[in-house]
Design a protein around this ligand. Structure first.
Ligand code: GAP
Length: 474
């Protein structure tokens, strides 16, 4: 069946809300509510067979873009549980707080900064307790110790960044790096969020892709923030995120984190149906020399006292050209894997409805991100030669790209199933294939079909799964 026969003049509809994505994600094996067999666990999600591929593809795209394709960034993978002193000196123990208030009428508990018009979101009352701080680092205990042994207390990291700062000197000296250079890390972080929610947007366990870019104290820091904002806007475009659905938020001074002199948030339109549709996708912060200084044994305060009497290292840098020692400043682009995945899914989602009101979902994922790159579909599943050829093609493609074989329905149904999960190419093997050693390659977005020789198939597909554009190094 051709495109126009089924659809006439199709109307493309983007995802109207997050719920549409939640339903697709569960139906098609991207994301499942966690611990469902025990009634679930609030705001925890498990990534299914397609979801884990999508997350991996996002993380790989990010890593390739920064660590492989640039010349100035190294990667690392630090521990999730670090010495508690890291969190003492980073300021997280004292300041990583949400401000809580309780509604005296319904006893609901909320984040004070999320209350609109002073009204309780549950019951509408305006009778609040005093706001009090609540530290959102998740705690654990190390070793076989008594419950009340304070020396065993440890935290699950609330950001990956600190693991980078405490390894600054290790990376710089072993890789013989000169400024400016960056260190990238991707991994899980944990926050005991007071009000998690909105699917994978805000959870207590999530993944971050953070990069700390170390520069001289005399660099043009604000311009570097702008530079990284631009770089990320371009990168999101390569993932298929529409520029119109992104916005920039210059964080006002009174909202800046204790380490930041300037932060710009890249916002995504996660709530197209709401009056306030934007929520943070990532942030780009000028963290000054705060982190390297605070973890260093030699850094002194204004009165000449050591800022950190517990540190055994000095994380300063000696600039050979200027013959100067200093603590580098940091520009930090910090993105969330899960929020990126959600933005990618929302922008890839499209519904096509024909004149008869028939609707199909097509997930227009960027081919690099698609969980499955090619589906091999035999046109006659009762013909052993055709089935054998289709399975052999699947096996031959598998080492270079993720391919699946499917014969569990008619061809129209199989196409629709692959469109809905974003598979860029469907490859049909038919009677003619046995004669001419060629197959039909169908494009997900245009539904155009072309005949390709089996011997040229892998190269043909790889060419169309183009790599990401390479950003220029500074
Ligand atoms: N190191 C700086 C830092 O962690 P952040 O703005 O708190 O900055 C960076 O976090 C990114 O991590 C956010 O923009 C968001 O994408 C993601 N993120 C933070 N908290 C999250 C949560 N509870 N659930 C999902 N993603 C989260």
């Amino acid at each position: 069946m051709c495109f126009s026969c089924f659809f006439g003049n199709p109307v493309f509809v983007p995802a109207p809300n997050i719920d549409t994505i939640v339903s697709l994600a569960k139906r098609r094996g991207f994301v499942f509510p966690s611990s469902e067999v025990y009634g679930g666990l609030g705001s925890a999600w498990d990534y299914g067979p397609l979801g884990v591929e999508l997350c991996n593809n996002v993380k790989q795209a990010w890593w390739r873009w920064l660590v492989y394709e640039r010349d100035d960034i190294e990667g690392i993978d630090s521990s999730i549980i670090l010495n508690r002193l890291v969190w003492k000196y980073s300021g997280h123990e004292a300041t990583f707080n949400d401000w809580l208030i309780d509604c005296r009428k319904c006893k609901g508990r909320f984040r004070a900064d999320k209350i609109v018009d002073n009204k309780c979101p549950s019951c509408g009352a305006s009778d609040w307790t005093e706001a009090r701080p609540f530290n959102t680092m998740l705690q654990t205990k190390l070793g076989a110790v008594a419950d009340d042994d304070p020396t065993a207390l440890a935290y699950l990291r609330p950001e990956t960044a600190q693991g980078i700062f405490i390894n600054f000197l290790n990376v710089q000296t072993t890789m013989r790096r000169k400024l400016p250079f960056g260190i990238a890390q991707v991994g899980k972080s944990f926050r005991n969020e007071v009000t998690p929610g909105n699917f994978i947007l805000r959870t207590r366990e999530f993944e971050q892709m953070e990069m700390e870019y170390f520069v001289s104290p005399t660099a043009e820091h604000s311009k570097l923030v702008d530079y990284w904002v631009e770089q990320y806007l371009e990168w999101f475009a390569t993932l298929g995120v529409n520029r119109e659905n992104l916005d920039l938020y210059e964080v006002p001074n009174q909202e800046l984190a204790h380490y930041s002199k300037r932060t710009v948030d890249i916002m995504y339109r996660y709530f197209p149906e709401r009056e306030k549709p934007w929520e943070e996708l990532m942030g780009i912060a000028w963290r000054t020399d705060f982190d390297l200084g605070i973890h260093s044994k030699n850094k002194l305060d204004a009165e000449g006292k050591r800022l950190n009497p517990d540190s055994t290292e000095d994380l300063s840098y000696f600039d050979e050209a200027a013959k100067q020692r200093f603590y580098p400043h940091v520009i930090e682009p910090a993105a969330g894997v899960n929020r990126t995945v959600l933005a990618v899914l929302m922008d890839a989602y499209s519904e096509k409805t024909n004149d008869k009101g028939e609707t199909r979902v097509i997930l227009k994922l960027s081919p690099q991100l698609a969980p499955i790159k090619a589906a091999i579909l035999p046109l006659a599943k009762n013909k052993p030669e055709i089935v054998g050829m289709a399975k052999a093609i699947k096996r031959s493609l598998q080492p270079v790209l993720r391919a699946v074989y499917d014969d569990t329905g008619g061809i129209g149904k199989l196409y629709a199933r692959q469109d809905e999960i974003g598979t860029p190419f469907c490859i049909t093997v038919d009677h003619q294939s046995l004669e001419d050693e060629a197959v039909t390659v169908r494009d997900r977005d245009t539904w155009e079909q072309e005949r390709i020789k089996v011997s040229e198939l892998a190269e043909h597909l790889q060419k169309r799964l183009k790599p990401f554009p390479v950003p220029e190094s500074i």
